[in-house]
Design a binder for this molecule. Structure first.
Ligand SMILES: NC(=O)NCCC[C@H](N)C(=O)O
Length: 410
């Protein structure tokens, strides 16, 4: 019997917790093999992951999501399909990766020409894992005449690797029916958005999808953006997202009718709390898990579309509950004692990914935090992140929800 092809649910998300239907992940690859003790700080890793094990952990994460009915898209696959389908995408990717500032005009032109001739798989490998000077295509003439080639050490990067692609949360996010390409703050990550941009612009799957936040000049990172409820967006402002970024995002969301209230939440400018989602994530329609050390101090400036003004700061939890139209935002705080809480915050205990209201994915190592969540009625599905966590990101950081069911009554 022939069955009608089912119409895929259109992409989009209006909350942190609506049932997750489709998610974008990046299976870590050779870009992680570029990390060394000398470059890991600059590349924003706190250790050198054992790559094969990191891939196994990531495969288990993807399998858990699939087993729970979530369609998993892998950025690497989408990039290859996009490059196969579109010459413009190839040109865009090459232009973003090959820097005449670093290589000089001659070597840059030569490398760009070489990359235009490689197949999509090879091109995506270079765009993600980068290329060292030793790996540049053979060119006896350039080897003789290029000062740039002669003076760079062979293990230096002609094209930088992007090990933080693993954290797909940060380089794009969906809000309502639209996607937003963010503006990443640090040089180690800034090229990532050229790749998400290419996928959304050229992959047939996203044909017709519209952009949010198009005039992105000031930094906004997806890890700072929490869709608290339909129309209510919290934006962390700290090490990454700047006040100018939060303001620009708020006005853009208002103009597009994608939000009525934006809560700008100051967070401490330090590595452990680089994004709002390192200290607070939503686990249910009315509940967050939060690092206890910020519980009493987290505040919010409130920007409202209708009032057209900025008010506050007020305690974040109260301001969020009011904006969401609920009496109280439940806070599950992770603290039994400050040392355990600090250790588990560092290991991304607060960085959960909700796959449905009250059902989250979390790292298994954060035993006390997970216990508190379970005691509060949250179903916790655990994954191992011993290697994945060395980049300082948990299940939320490693996932970009593409499609979530709207919340009932939204
Ligand atoms: N949303 C997140 O908190 N993402 C984690 C990003 C970790 C990455 N190594 C970074 O420093 O940007």
């Amino acid at each position: 019997m022939e069955t009608e092809p089912s119409t895929p649910t259109p992409p989009g998300a209006d909350s942190e917790v609506g049932r997750l239907r489709t998610v974008l992940l990046h299976r870590p690859g050779d870009e992680l093999r570029r990390l060394t003790p000398r470059n890991s700080d600059q590349l924003l890793f706190d250790g050198l992951p054992w790559v094969d094990r990191a891939q196994e952990e990531h495969d288990a994460f993807a399998a858990l999501l699939s087993d729970h009915g979530v369609e998993v898209l892998l950025l690497g696959d989408l990039l290859i399909e996009t490059m196969q389908a579109s010459g413009a995408a190839r040109m865009q990717g090459i232009a973003a990766a090959v820097s005449a500032r670093r290589l000089g005009p001659h070597l840059a032109a030569e490398l760009a020409a070489y990359l235009r001739g490689v197949d999509a798989v090879e091109l995506v490998s270079v765009l993600t894992a980068g290329m060292t000077f030793d790996e540049l295509p053979e060119s006896p003439a350039a080897a003789r005449t290029s000062l740039v080639r002669r003076m760079h050490h062979g293990v230096e990067f002609a094209i930088d690797p992007l090990p933080n692609l693993l954290f797909t949360r940060d380089s794009s996010f969906w809000i309502g029916p639209r996607f937003a390409i963010t503006s990443l703050a640090l040089p180690a990550r800034s090229r990532e958005t050229s790749l998400t941009d290419i996928v959304y612009a050229h992959h047939p799957r996203f044909r017709g999808a519209r952009r949010a936040y198009e005039s992105h000049s000031a930094p906004v990172e997806g890890g700072d953006v929490l869709l608290m409820a339909p129309g209510v967006v919290a934006v962390g402002v700290g090490e990454r997202t700047t006040p100018a970024g939060a303001e620009a995002l708020a006005h853009s969301l208002f103009d597009d009718g994608l939000a009525h209230t934006v809560l700008a939440v100051p967070i401490e400018q330090r590595r452990a709390s680089m994004h709002l989602d390192t200290v607070c994530t939503m686990v249910d329609t009315d509940a967050v898990v939060m690092y206890p050390a910020v519980h009493d101090t987290l505040s919010a400036f409130i920007i409202t579309r209708d009032a057209g003004s900025v008010s506050g700061p007020r305690p974040f939890v109260e301001a969020a509950a009011d904006a969401m139209g609920i009496g109280k935002l439940r806070v599950i705080d992770t603290g039994l004692d400050p040392v355990t809480a600090e250790r588990e915050q560092w290991d991304d205990g607060n960085n959960t990914l909700a796959i449905a209201p009250g059902v989250v994915v979390a790292y298994d190592r954060n035993v006390e935090t997970n216990r508190r969540l379970s005691q509060s009625g949250i179903e916790v599905l655990t994954i191992s992140g011993s290697e994945l966590g060395s980049g300082r990101g948990g299940p939320r950081c490693m996932s970009c929800p593409v499609t979530r069911d709207p919340l009932p009554g939204a």
